[in-house]
Design a protein around this ligand. Sequence first.
Ligand SMILES: Cc1cc2nc3c(=O)[nH]c(=O)nc-3n(C[C@H](O)[C@H](O)[C@H](O)COP(=O)(O)O)c2cc1C
Length: 236
Amino acid sequence: MAATSTDAPFTPPDPAEALARLGMPMEEAMRTQRAVRRLHLEPVGHDVLLPLLELSLKAPTSSNTQDWCYVVVEDPAQKAELAKLYRRLYRLFNPIVERQAARDPDPSVLRGMRPGQWQAEHFEQLPVFVIPCYRRNLKHRPTGHPQISVSSFYGSVYPAVQNLLLGCRAVGLGASLQTLPIWWVPRARKILGLPRAMTPACIIPIGWAKGRYGPTTRRPIGEVVHLDRYGNQPFA
Ligand SMILES: Cc1cc2nc3c(=O)[nH]c(=O)nc-3n(C[C@H](O)[C@H](O)[C@H](O)COP(=O)(O)O)c2cc1C
């Protein structure tokens, strides 16, 4: 689908100015980072993207294995393949999510799905995808217990992902962590040419933000924090 003629022309910021915004107060970045799905379709320069990727990799990994890789997808043919995969999954699963949202008494729940629809329609036009992957190895199965293996596997990817999302937020890029577009992992692996042991954890579409950042709405701390034992919630 082509960009609509109503899209206002957008000039990406100067890379040095954008990167200088990494000095944003940490609290502001954490409070306002959110899933930004409406993106300008202009390219994101490597001079901005690569420093963000490098910073994101300051994250911890299980036993410091650092068995990660980022596949950065910019090639139109590759993006088209990913969009084809995403739309198949979106057509299957989105109606279920939409039906649930339509039943919600809060109309903002259904409204909140519009940026996701916009993204699904424009997927191959989005400037760049970052696909964080991790290699499954013996360290992820120390006891053979699936829960330990799963947590040390995904726990070695998502800290870097959150760093990247925060970095994007600071410089003015819109980004969101998504898993649905690559739920069919073997197909995603094939498109990306990944070896079998390398598993894509999620996909992060990135572009200069058109949508708005936070503040985000989250459950209050008193509801979430338990002191010493589950059920003891003195902060509620
Ligand atoms: C593990 C995980 C998977 C997600 N998968 C998707 C996805 O497939 N598609 C999508 O649009 N957003 C996805 N998200 C983004 C969440 O929907 C989003 O972070 C959440 O609704 C909060 O949005 P907010 O930060 O804008 O408040 C995912 C987030 C996480 C943590």
